[in-house]
Structures are given as structure tokens and as C-alpha cells.
Unconditional design. Structure first.
Length: 178
């Protein structure tokens, strides 16, 4: 589907009106949960989003932990969420602005220290320590440079995952034995 066939402003107008009139209707909760997988396999798992329960994401431990490395690890999924969010946001902002994209590529990299994950160096950090994201956009035709810059600025501004990572959020956890 091309942005020419989708009038994003028209589709979003009733949503925006409802969210303005009833701000509580704009609040949403997303949920992802474990999906059926072999509990005897310490290197792999599966998860599924409630919004599309037929979709199952298979993931595994990073190869640097002894895993076969035959599935994306959770860090890959995190980076993939950022890449997907940035690409969707650029596409939606371009559609809303009536800008036709010629090409779009998002590349995200993250660094981490395997010593922390494996518990062999107490002072080594656990988790990603740096994320680099590159978004390259080419527009069809002679795009107004000011509009093109506004496209990129708005895409950065409205990317949910990017802003979540930049700003951080409280994370509540419960680990329980049943």
C-alpha cells in the first residue's frame, strides 16, 4: 500500500478528536506474554503479543553465552523494536505530510558486555551500554529541504520506542514461585 492511497489525516481525524475530548480513551496497555515452547531448552523461548496472538516471536540467548545463536536474542528484539518504530514513524509522518518516500533504511546497533550477563565480572554492566541508530531517507522528486528536515525532526520526535529508551520508564517486576 502506498502513502498515496492512504489518507492518514482523514483516518486519524476521528481518533484525534476523541482523544482530545476524552483523554482517558487515549490510554492503552500493550501486553506480550510467553508462548508455548520447550522448557527443557535453556537457550530458546517464544513470546506473543496479545494484539496478534497468532504471531509468535522465537528468540534465543546470545551466541556469546554458549547458545547456538540460531535465533535473535532479546537484545536483538529490543533493537528491532527501535528500528521498527523509527521506520513506521517515518512512514506515517511522511504520509501525513504528503511526502513520497523513494527509499528508507534504518540500522540500529547496540553494545553490551557479556561478562555482566554471564556473572563473571561483578563490576561489568548488565544490559546495553550504548545504542546507535541511523535512519536514511530519500524522497521522490525535488523535495523542499525545509519540509524534508521537518519530516525527519517529527519522525524523531514521535518515535515511541526511541523516546522510551531516551527517557526511561519505571519497570515493575514480580518474580514468584507457584
Amino acid at each position: 500500500m502506498s502513502s498515496e492511497t492512504i489518507n492518514l489525516r482523514e483516518l486519524q481525524a476521528p481518533l484525534k478528536a476523541r482523544y482530545r475530548e476524552q483523554p482517558e480513551s487515549a490510554l492503552a496497555t500493550m501486553r506480550v506474554r510467553s508462548a508455548l515452547s520447550d522448557l527443557g531448552d535453556p537457550f530458546h523461548c517464544a513470546t506473543s503479543p496479545d494484539i496478534a496472538p497468532q504471531v509468535v516471536w522465537r528468540s534465543g540467548a546470545h551466541a556469546g553465552t554458549g547458545s547456538p545463536g540460531d535465533a535473535p536474542c532479546s537484545g536483538d528484539l529490543l533493537l528491532g523494536a527501535l528500528a521498527a518504530c523509527q521506520e513506521i514513524t517515518v512512514r506515517m509522518v511522511a504520509a501525513a505530510m504528503g511526502i513520497e518516500l523513494a527509499s528508507l533504511e534504518v540500522e540500529v546497533e547496540g553494545d553490551f558486555d557479556l561478562r555482566g550477563t554471564l556473572g563473571i565480572e561483578r563490576e561489568a554492566p548488565i544490559g546495553l551500554t550504548n545504542i546507535r541508530s541511523r535512519t536514511r531517507v530519500a524522497l521522490h522528486g525535488d523535495a523542499d529541504p525545509e519540509r524534508a528536515q521537518r519530516l525527519l525532526a517529527n519522525a524523531e520526535r514521535y518515535c515511541v520506542v526511541l523516546n522510551t529508551l531516551r527517557n526511561g520508564v519505571p519497570v515493575e517486576t514480580t518474580f514468584a514461585l507457584e
